[in-house]
Structure formats: C-alpha cells, structure tokens
Design a protein around this ligand. Structure first.
Ligand SMILES: [Zn+2]
Length: 105
C-alpha cells in the first residue's frame, strides 16, 4: 500500500482541505462585506448623476434629497408613492406607475 492510500492520511488531508475551504469562504464573505461597506461609504448621500452632495428638502410634506450641484432628486423607497398620493391622477402618479412597471423587469 502506498503512502497516499493510507486512510488516516486521507482523513487528515480531507480535514485540512475542508478547513481551508471554510477559511476561504469566511475570507470571501468578509471581502464581499467590506466591498459593500466601501461602496456604501463612497456613495452615501452623493448624487448618482454628478457625485454632488445631496441635501434634504421637504416637498409636499415628504422629505426628499436634492443635489446641490445639478438639482437631481433622490427618493427613498415609498416616497414617490407618498408624493403620488398628494397628486392623485397627476404627473407624479403617472411617473410612479412607470417606475413600478420598470421594477418588475
Ligand atoms: Zn448632481
């Protein structure tokens, strides 16, 4: 019997391989979490169009974020529906329906 066919050595080789796989999975998960954290920190409260600083402003009773540089508006989940509620059948409702349609894709 060759050394490679030793069942005990196979056991320890397998245990070591599984240990390395668990460590790799843990490191991959930590790297993914760090990348997500870095991305969030980089983009937090920044305009998606120009990178400018977003500032909160109350519009029709809803606090929305407006870019100080380009004027782009950022709505949090549910804010568009809140605005649409105050504008039943109007332009914002129509935009809300388009938005819901595009999210289904
Ligand atoms: Zn901007």
């Amino acid at each position: 019997m060759s050394k490679n066919n030793n069942p005990e050595e196979d056991y320890f080789t397998r245990v070591e391989r599984e240990k390395k796989e668990r460590l790799k999975q843990k490191l991959d998960a930590e790297a993914a979490e760090q990348a997500l954290s870095d991305r969030k920190e980089l983009h937090w409260n920044r305009c998606g169009k120009c990178g400018g600083q977003m500032h909160p402003k109350v519009f029709k009773g809803v606090e929305i974020d407006i870019c100080e540089d380009c004027g782009a508006v950022l709505l949090d989940p549910g804010e568009l529906e809140e605005l649409a509620g105050a504008d039943e059948g109007g332009v914002i409702s129509t935009i809300g329906e388009l938005f819901r349609f595009s999210r289904r894709k």
